[in-house]
Design a protein around this ligand. Sequence first.
Ligand code: AMP
Length: 278
Amino acid sequence: MQKLKSLPELQKFVKEQRGLGKSISFVPTMGALHEGHLELARVGLQKTDICIPYIFINPKQFAPTEDLASYPKTLEEDLQKLSSVNVNAVYLPRMEDVYPDGFVTSVKLGGVALPLEGEHRPHFFEGVATVVAKMLLQCMPDIALFGEKDYQQLMVIKKMVNDLNIPVEIMGVPTVRDFQGLALSSRNAYLNNDELGIARQINKLLSRMGQELRGGASIAEIESRAHKSLLDAGFDKVDYITIRDAQTLLPPDKNTTSLRALMAAWLGKARLIDNIPI
Ligand code: AMP
């Protein structure tokens, strides 16, 4: 596995591989890698000849009050894990490769970026979209892989790439969960044992929302019951737990063809998000 430690190194590697006729997939990450990230890399390796994950903790997607300083950093373990799934190279950009002095440009979003996470973390998607747009243009892969774990992010990136004609296919990968259904997340590292037990209720609650809907309950009723159940389970604060149109992420209407249950809630130091199709 080659370590590409700067933008020129990435571009030289990509040029060589393109010269050999190889197709390339790209896996954006912020490190602290787990099986969820590795699954994206595995799918990338199935779809293309070469898979390049990158690790970059993007300061622009954290608000000043958020966990940028304490975000878990495990570079040596990350490199071992990536090498164990046989990715060809990993891109480790320097800050100046991403945000050179005087950097002022950003991607302004609307539509699917506005509800849910957009309401609760107003700075977040602009930071994500800007870094992802830059990274896609730096690498110019055939495919970039994103987890359904961050479903709204996946939808935002798909829309951005389509609107800006960035010639990359965005592919979603189903959420990888632990043995009790908890979605793997780098932020699970913030949870103690009791909190882990509480967090493992999330998946069951989301599934129950689907069952209740199929049983004929109203969405308002289901959402308020689920909100209360999260607090009863031990969550400190619920940002949202809701059933939305899976395309627009707005409340379902007569044009809705598929639904998604999505949640975000605080448990101790961790803000956990999850979602499932229902
Ligand atoms: P992060 O490092 O948390 O920014 O995540 C990098 C990528 O990994 C994003 O596309 C996430 O959606 C994806 N990801 C994170 N956790 C999971 C998971 N449990 N299953 C599948 N993909 C995931």
